[in-house]
Ligand binder design. Structure first.
Ligand code: SF4
Length: 289
């Protein structure tokens, strides 16, 4: 962990820090005096999130406190010493919460059915409670750009809704703000960084459950698109930030019924024109070293 980083890894680290800093600024995710509970599962994303937030804390113009948290869900084979040892080595304040959600989920969900939704509901409740106990006003999660894009497609293809995963939101109990500082980072860069940093990764399949099948399909679809037409994930992510309600069909977002000749409409009517799309009109947010 203390071996000096190669020039390429340093470059990648700087790049990811830059992307994280930009997302934090764009969405005003962190303010002076915040106490941020950083959820660490032991996966590549949360290790990267913690590394980014700790680095930015050193040079941010505002003061904020970080508390790393891990929820030990009592899954069989969970290596309970790994994260405490890692947090100690970083010298960061941390809290390990033990809650046997594994048994609850196994007990309540019939064999063969997907356990993830109950499991995540239970986990969410415990995270909120811990944030309250520790006086944290923000909760940081390690979701990245690809997660957000996949969620958009999942909701569109299987849920009939144009809804992704927001970079910032208020919790259901209105007590905390959830932030996703890795919103501008790609999964590929995070994976590269995690490998180079040799983070002590804890496998994510200890519960024996399969990742949601529909999510897997969407991931495969996006990977295939990206392979054939590089830059598509960036493009969809840019679209999430660039919505034109007058060119969709939601009456709640745009008053189609009340539309008159005087209504200002963004982008006008190009229904009969050939769309002029840039070859790769996206923000270049993938590290290429
Ligand atoms: S994969 Fe396992 S630990 Fe993760 S949400 Fe699903 S049931 Fe829970």
């Amino acid at each position: 962990m203390n071996t000096p980083l190669s020039a390429n890894v340093q470059k990648l680290r700087k790049f990811l820090e830059g992307r994280t800093g930009k997302a934090i600024m764009d969405y005003n995710m962190i303010e002076d005096g915040d106490t941020i509970l950083v959820c660490c599962s032991g996966g590549k994303d949360s290790y990267t999130l913690l590394a980014m937030l700790m680095a930015l804390q050193q040079r941010a113009p505002v003061k904020f406190r970080l508390i790393a948290m891990n929820l030990d869900q009592k899954q069989p084979g969970f290596p309970e010493d790994v994260l405490p040892r890692y947090f100690e080595s970083l010298g960061i304040e941390y809290r390990i919460v033990e809650a046997d959600t594994y048994s609850i989920v196994k007990d309540k969900i019939p064999e063969g059915k997907t356990t993830c939704s109950l499991c995540s509901r239970l986990r969410r409740g415990i995270i909120y409670r811990t944030a309250k106990e520790l006086g944290a006003n923000k909760i940081a999660l390690g979701h990245h750009r690809d997660d957000m894009v996949h969620t958009l497609f999942l909701n569109m293809l299987f849920g009939g809704k144009m809804k992704a995963m927001p970079p910032k939101l208020v919790t259901d109990d209105k007590a905390h703000i959830v932030i996703r500082p890795l919103a501008y980072c790609s999964e590929a860069d995070i994976a590269k960084f995690a490998r180079a940093m040799e983070f002590p990764i804890i496998p994510c399949n200890l519960c024996g459950s399969q990742e949601n099948l529909q999510r897997q399909k969407v991931k495969e679809m996006m990977h295939e698109w990206d392979r054939r037409y590089p830059g598509r994930t960036e493009s969809v992510f840019t679209a999430i930030q660039n919505i034109v309600p007058s060119h969709l069909g939601d009456n709640d977002l745009f008053d189609f019924r009340g539309l008159t000749l005087d209504t200002p409409v963004e982008e006008g009517d190009i229904a009969f024109d050939a769309e002029e799309l840039p070859i790769s009109g996206t923000i270049p947010i993938t590290h290429t070293a």
